[in-house]
Structure formats: structure tokens, C-alpha cells
Write a protein that binds this ligand. Structure first.
Ligand SMILES: O=C(O)CCC(=O)C(=O)O
Ligand SMILES: [Fe+2]
Length: 325
């Protein structure tokens, strides 16, 4: 495969059963080979995408002192601002590199029901209040609107995934209906000094969850995905479409039928480094924390023991932190 495939979701989202099955099978074919594809016809309004992108750009454009006021007081909490030098994604895959050349803002669901699933001691570990900065105004609303669109889209995509995997269309529904998805706005600043040896915007890594839905922009110093035979492919991240990739947990759930590809964000070339900042918005779809992930496989052929969704993510977060935030 020499290019990242494109899936047009419009007929499947229109509800036509044959189109849904066809699209699910297309996903299956692609995800067995390379767990990366672009989606068009996704139905997410451009105004929602631009809305959050504008707020993100405004936030990262603030002076560092301002941004640091949005650092969460409890170290390691996936909420609020994380400055340059805190994370090295490659550590999640046991590769040592210097920290990634990015800053990011982490947030989750804005509100949830007053039920024990959310409010118990365990629930509180995943459902935490967001930490919105004072500036820019309207950030929380733009984020909630975007989050809601991603929720609708991922329910549909997981149904198509089920069709492609040959399991009941609604198999995933009750395992993702109280999902613990975190989102990130990643900002890769202009590079005014050369990176250290081995230092990238985001080191080579795999994502942890089910589907990552990414909205980026095509500027020098962008996303690359690695093929099974070790080549790096440039991934176009057009701001009007989304790039979707499979995470480790879905790879495990499918008993390795679908691949969670290694990917990275490279540095811009020297000629453009001083002016190529880049913003990406990532929705890391992750099942309900109490969902047991049991390999979808014929009896006796599961490659992995069952694991709980929440415990699995906790461990991944622990591995990728290289400095106190
Ligand atoms: O910024 C991008 O294009 C990708 C970022 C990424 O892979 C991640 O945050 O996991
Ligand atoms: Fe990633």
C-alpha cells in the first residue's frame, strides 16, 4: 500500500444496509493491512471543526505564563495544559527518545450523570472536571460541541467496524456507551533551534484505544505512518477530513486481525522550521472503563487474556510520562 486509503462514509451514514456492510468490509480490508485511513462524508459540520481549531490557536498563542495557569494541580491528571518537555510518546512502546517537541491541552467530557459509574471512587479517576483557562472565552463550549460530534461519529464507526469484523452490528454499543475518551489539542511550535538527536514533534508510537479520530493541517512537519514492511508514509491531514487510526486496544480486541500502526510527527525541514507551527485535534476513543476486552476469536484461539479498558489505559499513561507536569 503506497497511500493512505480514503473511505467515503456518506452512503453508510445515510443508513443504506448494503452500503453499511460494504463500508464495514472496506474498513476490515484496510485495517488488516494498515490501520490508517482518511474519512470523508463524515457529516461533522465545518463550523464545529473550525470552532475548536480557532480556540486552540488562540490558547496556544498566549504567553507561556498564562498557559501554565491551566496546568492541573494533580500531577499526571489528563486535564489541562502540558508544556513542552513533559511527554515522550515513544516510551509507551519502550523506545527511549528525548521528549516530544509539542505542548498540548488535555480535556474530556464536560458533564455526566450523577450515577455511581461516574461518581464512585473508581469513576472519579476517569470522569474529572475539565480545567478551562480564562482565555479564550468560549473554549469549553467549542470543545463540548466537537466532543459531541465525535461521539456520534464513533458510535457509527464502531457499528461499521462490527459489520466488517462479522459480528453483530451493535456488539460494541454497550461497551462504549459510557466511554472515557480523552481529547487533546496538540500544538507543535515553530522550531527556532534545531531538535536534539532523535527528538521529534511526536516520537514513534501507537495509540492506546479503539479509534483515534484526528483533525490536522497540512504544513511541513506532519504525520507519518509506518507500513508493516517498515516504510514511512506521509499522511495528509486535511482540515476538512479526519484521519482515523486503530489503537492498541482494538488491535487486541480483534485478536490482532486489525493493526495498530506505529506513527510519528516529524520535524519540519530546516528551511521551514522557523515558521511552521502545527495544530492537531485528537479524539482518542476509549471504551467504558469497566468494559472487559476479550479477544474476538474462535474458542481456544484468543491470543491475550481479558483486560479491563480503564486499567489498560492507566498503565499506558504511566509509561509515557518523562517529567513532572
Ligand atoms: O498530530 C498528529 O498528527 C498526530 C498526533 C498523535 O499521533 C497523537 O497525539 O497520538
Ligand atoms: Fe498518535
Amino acid at each position: 500500500m503506497s497511500d493512505i486509503p480514503v473511505i467515503d462514509l456518506s452512503s453508510a451514514l445515510g443508513g443504506d444496509a448494503a452500503a453499511r456492510l460494504r463500508t464495514g468490509r472496506e474498513m476490515d480490508r484496510i485495517c488488516r493491512e494498515i490501520g490508517f485511513f482518511t474519512i470523508t462524508g463524515h457529516g461533522v459540520p465545518a463550523a464545529v471543526m473550525d470552532g475548536l481549531r480557532d480556540k486552540g490557536n488562540a490558547f496556544f498563542g498566549l504567553p507561556l505564563q498564562e498557559k501554565l495557569r491551566a496546568v492541573h494541580p494533580v500531577k499526571g491528571t489528563p486535564r489541562g495544559y502540558i508544556a513542552l518537555g513533559v511527554e515522550a510518546l515513544s516510551h509507551g512502546n519502550a523506545v527511549e527518545t528525548p521528549p516530544d517537541l509539542k505542548e498540548y491541552y488535555h480535556f474530556g467530557r464536560e458533564s455526566w450523570p450523577g450515577e455511581p459509574y461516574y461518581t464512585s471512587e473508581e469513576g472519579l479517576r476517569y470522569f474529572r472536571p475539565n480545567l478551562w483557562p480564562e482565555q479564550p472565552p468560549g473554549f469549553a463550549d467549542a470543545a463540548a460541541a466537537y466532543y459531541a460530534e465525535m461521539e456520534k461519529l464513533t458510535v457509527e464507526m464502531m457499528r461499521l467496524a462490527a459489520l466488517g469484523l462479522g459480528i453483530p452490528e451493535r456488539f460494541f454499543d454497550d461497551k462504549i456507551d459510557r466511554h472515557i475518551t480523552a481529547m487533546r489539542l496538540n500544538h507543535y511550535p515553530e522550531q527556532l533551534t534545531p531538535p536534539a538527536p532523535g527528538q521529534l514533534r511526536a516520537g514513534a508510537h501507537t495509540d492506546y484505544g479503539l479509534l483515534t479520530i484526528l483533525n490536522g493541517e497540512n504544513v511541513p512537519g506532519g504525520l507519518q505512518a509506518q507500513t508493516r514492511d517498515g516504510r514511512w508514509l506521509d499522511v495528509e491531514t486535511d482540515p476538512r477530513s479526519f484521519v482515523v487510526n486503530i489503537g492498541d486496544l482494538l488491535m487486541r480486541w480483534t485478536n490482532d486481525r486489525w493493526v495498530s500502526n506505529v506513527h510519528r510527527v516529524v520535524n519540519p525541514p530546516d528551511s521551514a522550521a522557523a515558521r511552521s507551527r502545527r495544530l492537531s485535534i485528537a479524539f482518542f476513543h476509549h471504551p467504558n472503563y469497566d468494559a472487559a476486552i476479550e479477544c474476538i476469536a474462535p474458542p481456544g484461539q484468543a491470543k491475550y487474556p481479558p483486560v479491563l479498558s480503564g486499567a489498560y489505559r492507566d498503565e499506558k499513561y504511566r509509561q509515557t510520562r518523562v517529567a513532572a507536569a
